[in-house]
Design a protein around this ligand. Structure first.
Ligand SMILES: NC(=O)c1ccc[n+]([C@@H]2O[C@H](COP(=O)([O-])OP(=O)(O)OC[C@H]3O[C@@H](n4cnc5c(N)ncnc54)[C@H](O)[C@@H]3O)[C@@H](O)[C@H]2O)c1
Ligand SMILES: [Zn+2]
Length: 368
């Protein structure tokens, strides 16, 4: 069985299809998504399931031109983008060429930016393979790469023509990566849907055992929240889309402070810590609500405190550099209650520090 959600962004509308062993060609044909494809894939698929998944997609697409992307954030560099762009252009693409991304957020963001920029825009299809990519990064059209000055600073808004989220791909996902995706699911519920939050509390066990139907329901509900939020503010002008940054001002500071080192912290783990900090800082959230939030994050295998040695003041300074700190000052997404968030001017520095410190087991006094 498959489930289809429609994202109605005028002439850039598209479907998100959720199911098992999806027939890509059958999904693409009615959309007239061409016959000339380039496939960018996470290199892990050369070995995962003995390369069978990659092989099946190559067969379905009648041997498209393929480009392997090494796993890891370094693939989202400007230098890698430029090398790939040159390589792809050598293959004589046309405006009818369709870019297909098989992988997590790294491949999706990079392939999406190649699609947005090559020949001033090619259509592209997302085949998200991590939970984070299925519930978050593949939907909404933000694509981009990293610069020395920071993550995702070079990018575009470029909506996919189709997102095909294959649940069967999640079976091989390491537990740490699965939990990281759950941070974005919990974030979505916290910012927009109290019923969904209660549903997640009730379904933590089948989620952790990756029960197929539970995952389908959960992913569909999380995608719906992302799609609704994006629809209200496609290019982040009105502030509605900024709600998706709940917990992220803290998370980005934590990631920067740990040098984007995946051995120390991955994005979803930073988001989990950030959600707890945001909850502590939110006036509408009482101690019982904070305990509920911490409890569910922990149940799905996410950290709510860290043993990494970090300096609260240094984290606060990194938050000021976050891209939402414009000339009108730092803004933050805070909770009104579970299921509702608002963008607000940042509270006083001492309140922010008081929200950060309980999550740091080992605090350093100096910038590390
Ligand atoms: N565009 C957006 O709106 C948006 C939103 C959130 C995050 N992001 C970006 O997404 C990136 C993170 O994405 P991610 O968490 O998916 O990370 P990722 O793409 O690095 O994937 C995580 C790990 O899982 C492996 N992997 C992927 N699919 C697998 C599978 N099916 N089975 C086993 N292993 C698999 C990868 O090789 C990698 O080691 C970051 O660069 C972040 O900036 C973008
Ligand atoms: Zn995120």
């Amino acid at each position: 069985m498959t489930r289809t959600l429609h994202v109605p962004i005028a002439e850039r509308s598209y479907d998100v299809v959720i199911g098992d062993n999806l027939d890509l060609l059958a999904l693409m044909q009615p959309l007239h998504l061409g016959s000339d494809w380039i496939l960018l894939y996470d290199q892990v698929f050369e070995t995962l399931a003995d390369g069978q998944i990659l092989h099946r997609i190559q067969q379905q697409l009648n041997n498209p031109r393929i480009f392997a992307i090494p796993s890891g954030e370094t693939s989202k560099s400007l230098s890698n983008y430029s090398a790939l762009a040159e390589e792809i252009l050598q293959t004589r693409i046309t405006r009818d060429t369709v870019v297909i991304a098989l992988g997590g957020g790294i491949v999706g963001d990079l392939a999406g930016f190649l699609a947005a920029s090559l020949l001033r825009g090619l259509r592209f299809v997302q085949l998200p393979t991590t939970l984070l990519a299925q519930v978050d990064s593949s939907v909404g059209g933000k694509v981009g790469i990293n610069a020395k000055a920071g993550k995702n600073l070079v990018g575009a808004f470029h909506q996919p023509a189709l997102v095909a989220a294959d649940l069967s791909l999640l079976n091989s996902l390491p537990k740490r990566e699965f939990s990281a995706g759950m941070a974005e699911v919990l974030k979505a519920a916290l910012l927009a849907d109290a019923d969904f939050w209660c549903w997640l509390e009730d379904h933590a066990d089948p989620i952790n055992s990756r029960k197929r139907d539970t995952l389908e329901e959960m992913i569909a509900r999380a995608v719906q929240i992302k799609a609704d939020t994006v629809l209200a503010d496609e290019t982040e002008r009105t502030g509605r889309r900024a709600l998706l940054n709940l917990g992220h001002t803290f998370a980005h500071a934590l990631e920067a402070a740990t040098g984007y080192d995946a051995r120390k912290l991955i994005h979803g783990e930073a988001v989990a810590l950030g959600l707890v900090m945001a909850a502590r800082l939110s006036k509408g959230i009482n101690i019982d609500d904070t305990a509920r939030i911490i409890n569910l994050l922990q149940k799905v295998g996410l950290p709510t405190t860290t043993e990494l040695e970090l300096c609260p003041q240094a984290l606060y300074e990194l938050m000021l550099y976050d891209k939402k700190a414009d000339h009108s000052g730092l803004k933050m997404v805070l909770l009104e209650h579970i299921g509702c968030a608002k963008v607000q001017p940042a509270p006083a520095p001492e309140d922010i520090l008081a929200a950060i410190t309980p999550s740091l087991k080992y605090r350093t006094l100096l910038f590390t």
